[in-house]
Design a protein around this ligand. Structure first.
Ligand code: URA
Length: 444
């Protein structure tokens, strides 16, 4: 009866009160409300929206539907990063060990691939033996011991969000600012953080491509964090082209290991340092962004960050040898170079097409039960704005068979556009959003 009444009210543009959200989310987590009613409510929310108080009450209701981590006894500050999702976005794999090696604990909870975007859990699982399904107690013990754990959302954390999120993915109700904000913040606030840094993507490959919507999303999440004593900062970063060169699970792990050893592509490093510097400042181990950045560069230069990654991989059952020798990762049987069909500027490298191309190669899911081939994907060396001559290399396809190579080539023909002119790409990091407002980001 409760669900029916609330669906009706939201459908007609009414409000749902805090007590009602609590009752609803507890009942949903306990499977006392069927998915079809929750799907109807999600669509009503998608269309009608939620005001600030409702978004806050929904966040609390989902947060309190499960367990909350408590790091109050930890000697280190505890800061996490969350990305709204992108293609080639392997920042978490570099950032978590890097920041942990600088004295800030990172209890990083990540997700699987969603839509055209990749997921950190899928990437990590391309490392033989690596376990992402630690219990909360084990994750907490690992963070206390080595300063970092890389885990998935267990059944213990925000179970109402876990169910609702899977439902939204299947009912076209993901791209809603209040639903995204409540979903992300209910999980992140359950981590017991000192601070949180958000990577809000903009551009054609982002879930919310327009800057205005990204800024709204950032502001909503920053307020939710601030209300609950978790200072939150957002950087708006470019997703009008893939980040780095590697796109695909094992390929991205390989690029991340190179990055940890000082050999990462400049765009990946720029975004990683920008987010990492915010984390060190929020954690109180650096006085300002410039000194934080120097500390991060030092951790890469001395090998400290790479060593931390080895420790994390070992602690979670994976083969730590992957840091020194990424050749131990799953390797595609068919590898072919694609070259420029004409001379001109690289006008676009379209992330959505690349993301969908990885799924078509078997490197992502269209259904929850799909098995992912970790070895497939693309390494794209052409960047928007580059000048190329006919026959110059643009990208390499990694596939499991001949048909995969052909499908990969077709993806690249659509995704990489060469033209006589090219508009400048979006700035890599364009805005910084805090409770005080929005500022243009100062690039070096
Ligand atoms: N990531 C989440 O965890 N939730 C959303 O709603 C969208 C992205």
């Amino acid at each position: 009866m409760l669900a029916h009444r609330l669906i009706e009210r939201k459908r007609d543009g009414g409000r749902i009160e805090a007590g009602e959200w609590r009752a609803l989310m507890n009942a949903y987590a306990a499977s006392h409300i069927p998915d079809y009613q929750m799907a109807a409510l999600a669509m009503a929310i998608f269309i009608r929206g939620l005001d600030r108080e409702e978004t806050s009450a929904l966040t609390d209701a989902m947060l309190k539907s499960g367990a909350v981590l408590d790091f109050s006894g930890l000697a280190m500050p505890c800061v996490d990063k969350h990305s709204i999702g992108g293609v080639g976005d392997k920042v978490s794999l570099v950032l978590a060990p890097l920041v942990a090696s600088c004295g800030v604990a990172v209890p990083m909870m990540s997700g699987r691939g969603l839509g055209h975007t990749g997921g950190t859990l899928d990437k990590l699982e391309s490392i033989a033996g690596f376990r992402t399904d630690l219990s909360l107690a084990d994750a907490k013990a690992q963070v206390e011991r080595i300063g970092c754990a890389l885990i998935g959302q267990t059944g213990e954390i925000a179970p109402a969000d876990r169910k609702l999120y899977a439902l939204r993915d299947a009912t076209a109700t993901v791209e809603s600012i209040p639903l995204i904000s409540a979903s992300i913040m209910s999980k992140k606030l359950a981590e017991g953080l000192t601070g949180l840094v958000l990577d809000v993507k903009r551009g054609s490959g982002a879930f919310l491509p327009e800057l205005d919507r990204g800024l709204d999303l950032a502001r909503t999440m920053i307020e939710l964090g601030a209300d609950r004593g978790c200072p939150t900062v957002a950087l708006v970063t470019a997703m009008d082209r893939p980040l780095g060169r590697a796109c695909g699970n094992a390929l991205e792990v390989e690029e991340s290991m190179l990055a940890l050893k000082g050999d990462g592509p400049p765009d990946l490093m720029e975004v990683t340092y920008a987010l990492g510097a915010e984390m060190l400042v929020l954690g109180g181990v650096a006085a300002d962004i410039d000194s934080a950045r120097r500390e991060l560069e030092k951790a890469i230069g001395t090998g400290r960050a790479a060593e931390k990654m080895q420790e994390i991989i070992e602690a979670q059952g994976g083969n730590p040898g992957v840091v020194e020798d990424p050749a131990v990762l799953p390797q595609a049987s068919h590898v072919e170079l694609c070259t420029a069909p004409r001379r001109g500027f690289v006008a676009r490298v379209e992330p959505r097409a690349i993301g969908r191309g990885i799924i078509a190669l078997g490197g992502g899911r269209t259904k929850i039960e799909d098995v992912v081939d970790p070895s497939v994907g693309f390494v794209i060396t052409a960047k928007p704005g580059d000048w190329v001559e006919v026959g110059e290399p643009l990208a390499t396809v990694f596939a499991g068979d001949r048909a995969g190579v052909d499908a990969g080539r077709a993806t690249l023909r659509t995704a990489i556009v060469i033209a006589d002119e090219a508009d400048p790409p979006l700035p890599l990091v364009s805005h910084r959003v805090t409770q005080a407002g929005v500022e243009l980001y100062q690039q070096d």
